[in-house]
Design a protein around this ligand. Sequence first.
Ligand SMILES: [Fe+2]
Length: 300
Amino acid sequence: MTIKRVEKLIYGIEDMDAGTRYYRDWGVEELESSSDHAVFRTRVNQTIELRPSDDPSLPPTPDPAKSTLRAAVWGVETAAGLQDLGESVGRDRDVREDNGTLWFADESGNTLGLTVAQPTQTEVDMIPVNVNTTEPRMNDFIEPKTQANPIRIGHVVYAIEMADREKAVSFYLDRLRFRMSDSTKTGGDFMRCAGGHDHHNLFLISRANRNAFDHASFEVENFDMVMMGGKFMKDAGWEADTAPGRHILGSNYYWYFRNPCGGNTEYFADMDRMDDNWEPRIWEESPGFSIWSLDDASMA
Ligand SMILES: [Fe+2]
C-alpha cells in the first residue's frame, strides 16, 4: 500500500546532446534519444527522461539552475495505495491526475508524482570473496569490466531552505509515510520509503537559503563496480565531484559525478538496510561525510 521506490526522474536540460551522452556513459539502457527527448531505463524498469529546459510541458521547480531535475515520480505498491496516498496529499493542495500519475508539489515547491510501480526482475552477479580458508571463487577469476550497468535508482536528494525544514520533512513523513533513518541537526534528514529497506531513498539537506536539486544515486553490484564505473566516466571525460569513499550515514560506497542534466549522479553499493525495528538516530552534530575517502589516501 506504500511507496516502494523512485519510479521516474524527469530533467529539463540546456544541452540535450551532453545530457544524453552522460546517461549513455553512466550505463543505463537507452530507450530513445532525439534532439528534444531522451529516455533511459534501469535494470528494474525505472526511467530517466530528458527534455529541453524550455519545453513547456515540464513542471515547475524552485531550483534556479537552467538544467535540473524537474520532477521525481515515486512508485506505489498498489492502485489502492496510490488512491490512499492521493487522498492524504490532497487534503491541503492541488493534486492533478494524468494518465495514472498523480502530480503535486512538496513544501519546497519540488514537483512530485505518484504512480503504481512497475518493477521488473534482474539477475545480479555477485562476485564471491575469498578470505583465508573460505574459497568460494575456486578456479575462477575476476572478469575486468569497463562500464557500470546500474541496477536501480536508490535515492534522490534535494537541498531545502533551513527555515522550511520542519514542514518539508513532516510532509514526507506524515503525508507520504516515509520513515526517518538518521537526522542530523546540522546536516539534514535521511528518509526511506515505507515499502523499502534502503537507509535512505530521500535525503533533504538543510541549507541556509537555497532550494535546489542535489543528486540522484544509482546502485551497482559492489565496490569494484563503483570504481570501474567511475573510471569509465572519468576516461569518457566527465568530471568527478568527489573522490570515491564510504559514507558514515548509510555506510554505502560512493562516487559522485557532475551531471550536465543538473546536480550530480552517484554510484553506490552496499548501503545499510533497515526496517521498522530501526530506531531513528538524531544527531546534534553530523558525524561526518565519510568513513574513508581516497582523498585521505592521496594525502599520504
Ligand atoms: Fe547519495
